[in-house]
Each structure stands twice: as structure tokens, then as C-alpha cells.
Design a protein. Structure first.
Length: 157
């Protein structure tokens, strides 16, 4: 059973994972998996607005650096790719606003976990896709068989 340390504020994901058999823990020393669920607090203060993305991810990485964690999931929205594309391009980064910048930074920071030897999967989801993604997230957390060391998954509508 995965021993899960959760970073985020929306308890839907955490509740599902616990019902599916993950054991929530309060200390990184007791965890073998981490879930970071970023969010947009919509603050008018741009620095405060990044606490649910960059701040949350940095907190998780700081904990992972001193832990036995072997798998991590980062759940984010698609704000790093849903903005206006540069002229002449049709793929890649396209930030929608400061939250998109924070989301992209959280995605980049997730690579640090992979560099520390933690199998890492980033899910870029629209809000209405979270429920459908939960079995996939649980499967990744419960077993690292057949999963790459690092992957970013963007779910389409």
C-alpha cells in the first residue's frame, strides 16, 4: 500500500486515493509516494497568486530531497499550454497568465524529483477531467511497473 503525503488544498483527489487504499501520512519520512495538486488562488497580488503552484511545488521538492519517496504525481491544469501561441507555432508553451507561468514552473520543478530518482508523472488536466483521471493516478502510485521515470500527460477534452 502506498503511504501518501499530499500537497494541495482540494481534498477530492486525496479522498479518492485514501478510499482506493493509499495510507495518508503527515511526515515525509513515512511516505513512499507524494501527490502535489496545484491550484490557482486568484489573488490580485501576483506573488501571492503563485503560492498554489511554485510555492507548493517547492515545498514538496524540499521534502522529497530528504525522503525515501519513490513516486510522485503532480496534478495541474492546462494553463501552461492554453494561452496564445507565438506566431508561426502550434505547440509548446503558451502561458495564459501569471498562473500559467506558475504552472509551467511547477512542471519544470517536477523534473527535479525525477533527477533525484523519483518516478514522476505530471497530469495536465481540465477541471472536469480530474474524476476520470483518478484511477490512472492511483495505478501509477500503486505500482511503478511499465511507467517511465518522467512523463507529462496532457488530457484532451
Amino acid at each position: 500500500m502506498p503511504h501518501l503525503l499530499y500537497f494541495g488544498r482540494d481534498r477530492v483527489v486525496l479522498e479518492y486515493l485514501v478510499e482506493a487504499g493509499c495510507i495518508p501520512v503527515k511526515d515525509i519520512k513515512d511516505a513512499n509516494v507524494v501527490v502535489v495538486e496545484s491550484y490557482d488562488n486568484r489573488s490580485l497580488n501576483l506573488s501571492e497568486r503563485l503560492t498554489g503552484t511554485i510555492g507548493l511545488m517547492r515545498q514538496a521538492i524540499d521534502e522529497i530531497e530528504r525522503s525515501p519517496v519513490n513516486r510522485m504525481v503532480v496534478i495541474t491544469d492546462q494553463s501552461s499550454t492554453k494561452g496564445t501561441m507565438r506566431k508561426g507555432t502550434n505547440s509548446g508553451v503558451a502561458l495564459d497568465d501569471v498562473h500559467g507561468f506558475g504552472t509551467l514552473t511547477a512542471e519544470v520543478l517536477s523534473r527535479m524529483a525525477a533527477n533525484l530518482g523519483v518516478k514522476t508523472k505530471v497530469y495536465r488536466l481540465q477541471a472536469d477531467q480530474i474524476q476520470k483521471s483518478l484511477p490512472h493516478i492511483h495505478a501509477f502510485l500503486a505500482s511503478d511497473e511499465g511507467f517511465p521515470d518522467y512523463e507529462v500527460v496532457t488530457w484532451s477534452a
